[in-house]
Design a protein around this ligand. Structure first.
Ligand code: NAD
Length: 350
């Protein structure tokens, strides 16, 4: 098994072709940036339903800066192609995947509450779109298909920390779609011999996560709220807890899962988290304290609202399986990761 540093070193010297779906989104654009930094060739596919051109522009700009003088914008453009289109269209998936060796499938309609408002669209993108991607990946005979699953698959099962093999009943349309993704992936592994690996992300956070709108994730939403002196809302009593996981860990998991030895005998889903638990009250205090160390501003007290339907109360992952199968070694210092994220929002707030 190769450790992450050695994998990065290998990639720097060996160009491969990747498809990142959802490239204009939070996780997708961070994957694009890292792959370009590692001298890889990348095709991005996105329909911009929640992603943005500014995420792509920022990813390309960061990649060119990190390269210093060794890579020009022209070279970068030769290494990156963006296809605008929907994974709901099989022909678009087939076009995007031509010549691709590794697929990092991130495109989906995220958010539990949005899926409760928009079950049909969530189903169409997350299930039909994923099936299209599996069909296209099989036809193209890709080397590895890594896709974004979610901790929401654990549903109503109360046990903590969550181990991959013990799941409950889904609590929202979104969690149904991610569960079905895993079922399809399993069938493609068993019948079509596609090397497909699911990553169950637990509350990933970091730069370029959308802080705006009704369906924004808690960390960017609260950082922006604190910076702009607007309302910070806590659903429930604030004791709800999450295993918050820095974007660097998600990047590492995607790259390691793409190159690890593939064991067709086991169910290929892995928790991507840090095996820690932070309550919403603790999160609020941390964000407030970090920002106050950096800026002299007034940050409002949180407003407590009712619990939201479909939300799970506590979430924490056991990450032994990812450690065992692809040497996943996450950054676990939550405060430092949060500080990096806050610094980015202070510089780039919109
Ligand atoms: N961020 C998290 O904490 C988290 C947790 C669990 C799972 N996930 C999963 O990780 C993946 C990435 O999430 P994210 O946080 O980056 O979300 P995001 O909304 O920032 O990114 C998703 C991207 O997919 C694109 N997209 C959506 N539908 C599409 C379609 N039909 N065709 C092409 N592109 C489409 C969007 O425009 C967007 O750019 C998703 O599959 C999500 O369900 C994320």
């Amino acid at each position: 098994m190769r450790d992450y540093k050695s994998l990065e070193k290998y990639l720097k010297d060996n160009e491969h072709t990747w498809l990142v779906t959802g490239a204009a989104g939070f996780i997708g654009s961070n994957l694009v940036e890292r792959l370009l930094n590692l001298n890889q060739k990348v095709v991005g596919l996105d329909n911009f339903i929640t992603g943005s051109q500014s995420n792509i522009d920022d990813a390309l700009s960061c990649a060119s800066k990190n390269h210093g003088k060794s890579i020009s914008n022209k070279d970068l453009n030769d290494k990156f192609e963006l296809i605008e289109g929907s994974i709901e269209d099989l022909d678009i998936c087939r076009r995007a995947i031509k010549g691709v060796e590794y697929v990092l499938h991130q495109a989906a309609l995220g958010s539990v509450p949005r899926s409760i408002q928009m079950p049909e669209k969530t189903n169409s993108i997350n299930i039909n779109g994923m099936l299209n991607m599996l069909i296209a990946a099989y036809e193209e005979n890709v080397k590895r298909f890594v896709y974004a699953s979610s901790s929401s698959v654990y549903g109503d099962h109360p046990s903590l920390p969550k181990v991959e093999e013990v799941t409950g009943n889904p609590l929202s349309p979104y969690s149904v779609t991610k569960f079905v993704n895993e079922l399809y992936s399993d069938v493609y592994r068993k019948i079509y011999k596609l090397e497909s690996i699911g990553l169950r992300y637990f509350n990933i956070f970091g730069k370029r996560q959308d802080p705006n709108g009704a369906y924004a994730a808690v960390i960017p939403k609260w950082i922006l709220g604190a910076l702009s002196n607007s309302k910070i809302e806590i659903y429930g009593d604030g004791n709800t807890s999450r295993d918050f996981c820095y974007i660097e860990n998600a990047i590492q998991a995607n790259l390691q899962a793409s190159f690890c030895a593939f064991n067709p005998q086991i169910k290929q889903v892995f928790n991507v988290a840090v095996n820690a638990r932070t309550s919403l009250n603790e999160l609020y205090t941390l964000i407030r304290d970090i920002i106050k160390e950096k800026m002299d501003i007034i940050i409002p007290d949180p407003e407590f609202l009712d619990f939201r339907v479909g939300d799970i109360t506590h979430s924490q992952a056991n990450i032994d399986k990812a450690k065992k199968f692809f040497d996943y070694q996450p950054e676990v210092n939550f405060r430092v990761s949060l500080e990096n994220t806050i610094d980015w929002y202070i510089k780039n707030r919109t």
